[in-house]
Design a protein around this ligand. Structure first.
Ligand SMILES: Nc1nc2c(ncn2[C@@H]2O[C@H](COP(=O)(O)OP(=O)(O)OP(=O)(O)O)[C@@H](O)[C@H]2O)c(=O)[nH]1
Length: 282
């Protein structure tokens, strides 16, 4: 099983340079990660480049993740003294939730400015993350209008603008895309299964098998229910299980088409909420 992905070093260097430049304009970094893969969807460069600049980790797609594991992740960040919130960016969420977390972190800095006679000003933030984690969706929700383009494919955010999010917050809408680090095959598989990597760069049957094995190990009831599998089906080899599901969903022996269906089902949460990363494995 191989997912071979080649990011052009030049593109990565440019994205990092842009992020570094923008960093000087803001008070805080909103690091957007996918709640289903909080580790695999983090690019360690973001933390390194942010340096002393405060970061708020926003875990998106909470609605698609395993609620218990989301709480474990939030507790994990708390023990690291790393501010973090988990949201469903597709439904309206309260900007006050964000402000209540970031205001205390920046209170002293803003107060010092006012003590020096500077005007009271909004908090300025930049969002950044790997492709398809929900950066545009979060911005749209925070500014409460369709200001940033949203797509369901990686790489749609273009251009740069300041967006007002109420009176107390301004967001720099930049591409803010740092490609993920493929430290291992497992990380690449997780990014592919959740949709952070374009369909064209991986073999769908490899990713479907990865997903099937995960669900068989951790959410076997949902897997059985979704594809009407018997108990004995659950003991098949992974390839035979894929072929069995291919038949069950009426695709005869077209396991590639079935693989795509399985991936879409998993991404859309049709097999229930799931989280592929757990903090202890880091
Ligand atoms: N279910 C669910 N879907 C979400 C959530 N946030 C974003 N999405 C979906 O995820 C997909 C990607 O969202 P975008 O906001 O375009 O992601 P992005 O990070 O800006 O993507 P790039 O521009 O490719 O970097 C879209 O189909 C969104 O509707 C969420 O909290 N829950």
């Amino acid at each position: 099983m191989t997912v071979t992905i080649q990011w052009f070093p030049g593109h990565m260097a440019k994205a990092i340079r842009q992020f570094e430049e923008n960093l000087s304009l803001v008070d805080i970094v909103f690091e957007i990660v996918d709640a289903r893969i909080p580790y695999a969807s983090q690019n360690p460069e973001i933390k390194r480049i942010s340096g002393q600049k405060p970061r708020l980790i926003i875990l998106t797609k909470r609605d698609l993740a395993d609620p218990k594991l989301t709480n474990i992740w939030l507790r994990h960040f708390e023990t690291l003294h790393q501010p973090a919130i988990a949201i469903d960016a597709k439904t309206r969420f309260d900007i006050n939730n964000v402000l209540s977390v970031i205001s205390p972190i920046l209170k002293d800095k803003l107060q010092r400015e006012q003590d020096k006679g500077m005007k009271k000003r909004p908090i300025r933030a930049i969002s950044v993350g790997v492709p398809n984690v929900g950066k545009s969706t979060v911005l749209n929700r925070l500014v409460n209008r369709r200001a940033a383009q949203v797509g369901n494919r990686p790489g749609v955010t273009k251009g740069q603008q300041w967006l007002k999010a109420g009176k107390q917050l301004e967001l720099l809408d930049t591409p803010g895309i740092l490609w993920p680090k493929f430290e291992s095959q497992e990380i690449a598989d997780k990014l592919a299964l959740t949709g952070a990597i374009k369909e064209s760069v991986f073999a769908s049957d490899d990713i479907a098998l990865f997903g099937l094995n995960f669900f068989r190990d951790t959410h076997s009831d949902e897997l059985q229910r979704r594809y009407h599998l018997s108990d004995s089906d659950m003991n098949l080899s992974d390839v035979d299980l894929l072929l069995k599901i291919t038949q069950k969903i009426g695709m005869r022996d077209d396991y590639e088409r079935a693989s795509n269906r399985i991936i879409q089902d998993i991404r859309a949460g049709k097999l229930g909420g799931y989280t592929l990363d757990i903090p202890e494995t880091r």
